[in-house]
Design a protein around this ligand. Structure first.
Ligand SMILES: Cc1cc2nc3c(=O)[nH]c(=O)nc-3n(C[C@H](O)[C@H](O)[C@H](O)COP(=O)(O)OP(=O)(O)OC[C@H]3O[C@@H](n4cnc5c(N)ncnc54)[C@H](O)[C@@H]3O)c2cc1C
Length: 321
């Protein structure tokens, strides 16, 4: 069986989520199956070294198109599947993936499961755990094959970025298909990561609404500095204008995977957990022992965050001697 992992990227770069999709596809493969990475964009040559543990790469290239819109991406992928056959298509839950997954499922008339957290192969069907209501409910379902799965970022660890030899890369020219598309990107508005790139941070101190007011964020900033960490916030903190949007962690913010994530006065709503649940070590500080953040925390303190910040900052002060 052929298992397609949809990948994304621009300017010859492949997004980290692509390697997660390859890992998801690989986890479903049995002896004799082929894991095929599908890429559509302007150039995949520079990125070919990053397609992880895929058996092959199918690169649909349009030299002028840094972004291939979802409709064109889905159409080309379906043409490849029509020619080669497939049993499973794995798509990332991303702005593009949302449209690609539904379009591929509709074109192929296959079932689609969205917001997938876990998958296991079960003979000719899949056992899938999928999020409902933004993660407030987890649904167990059995899905007959063939099927399309839209997988949440962070649900799978990234596959190792192993180079693919040229004989394992098939290139298709899709310049005409891109030119014929009725939807065309006009401009790309990218966030400026020169201030901070939380995705690359090894340590993060995240403040939630429990911090109380903007002035108190300075205390957390001081603690973060002592820990060599970046400061981040939950959505209410950012919506209040206390921290810039680039420092928001969660569903509508950054997806982070630091070695240390300290959550101060964060309740742990599903939309927040979606952005940080994969952190290596989570330390939660919250006055409410029933706060859901404790369900994912490795260490927790049920206490006032100001008391903890104060005594921790005191102990972390460099000594004068
Ligand atoms: C479509 C959508 C997208 C969203 N995207 C995001 C997102 O990207 N990121 C995000 O964070 N949220 C997001 N949300 C919002 C999310 O649902 C929650 O509302 C939000 O995460 C709550 O933030 P919080 O934990 O800081 O605040 P609260 O839920 O108000 O929690 C504050 C916590 O602080 C504790 N506390 C209060 N005082 C103290 C103290 N002195 N010491 C210790 N603890 C204290 C309280 O017990 C409480 O648990 C999104 C929601 C939707 C619908």
């Amino acid at each position: 069986m052929k298992i397609y992992a949809c990948t994304e990227g621009r300017s010859g770069q492949v997004d980290a989520v692509s390697l997660e999709m390859i890992a998801a596809a690989r986890s479903l493969a049995r002896d004799g199956d082929d894991v095929i990475a599908f890429f559509a964009g302007s150039a995949a040559a520079d990125a070919a070294g990053k397609f992880g543990t895929a058996d092959r790469l199918v690169a649909a290239i349009a030299p002028e198109a840094d972004i291939v819109v979802a409709g064109t991406y889905a159409r080309q992928l379906c043409d490849v599947i029509a020619a080669e056959g497939a049993g499973i298509v794995v798509v990332p839950y991303s702005a593009n993936g949302l449209d690609v997954a539904s379009s591929v499922a509709a074109r192929l008339d296959w079932p689609l499961v969205s917001y997938v957290e876990k998958i296991a192969r079960d003979g000719q069907s899949l056992s899938v755990v999928a999020q409902l209501y933004g993660g407030k409910v987890l649904a167990d379902c059995s899905v007959p094959l063939p099927a399309v799965l839209m997988v949440n970022p962070g649900a799978f660890a990234e596959a190792t970025a192993t180079p693919l030899s040229p004989d394992r890369i098939d290139t298709i020219d899709i310049a005409e298909l891109v030119a014929a598309s009725r939807v065309r990107p006009i401009s790309i508005d990218l966030p400026d990561f020169s201030d901070v790139d939380l995705k690359a941070a090894e340590r993060i101190v995240c403040v939630g609404r429990g911090i109380g007011d903007e002035a108190s964020i300075d205390l957390a900033r001081d603690l973060a500095a002592l820990l060599g960490a970046e400061i981040a916030g939950s959505r209410p903190v950012v919506d209040n204008g206390w921290l810039p949007k680039l420092r928001q962690v969660g569903k509508s913010g950054q997806k982070v995977k630091p070695k240390l994530y300290m959550a101060l006065g964060v309740s742990g709503a599903p939309e927040h957990l979606e952005g940080m649940g994969q952190s290596d070590m989570i330390i939660a500080v919250n006055t409410d022992p029933k706060a859901p953040i404790f369900n994912v925390a490795h260490y927790g303190a049920t206490c006032d965050l100001f008391e903890l910040m104060s005594s921790l900052s005191e102990r972390l002060q460099p000594s004068d001697t």
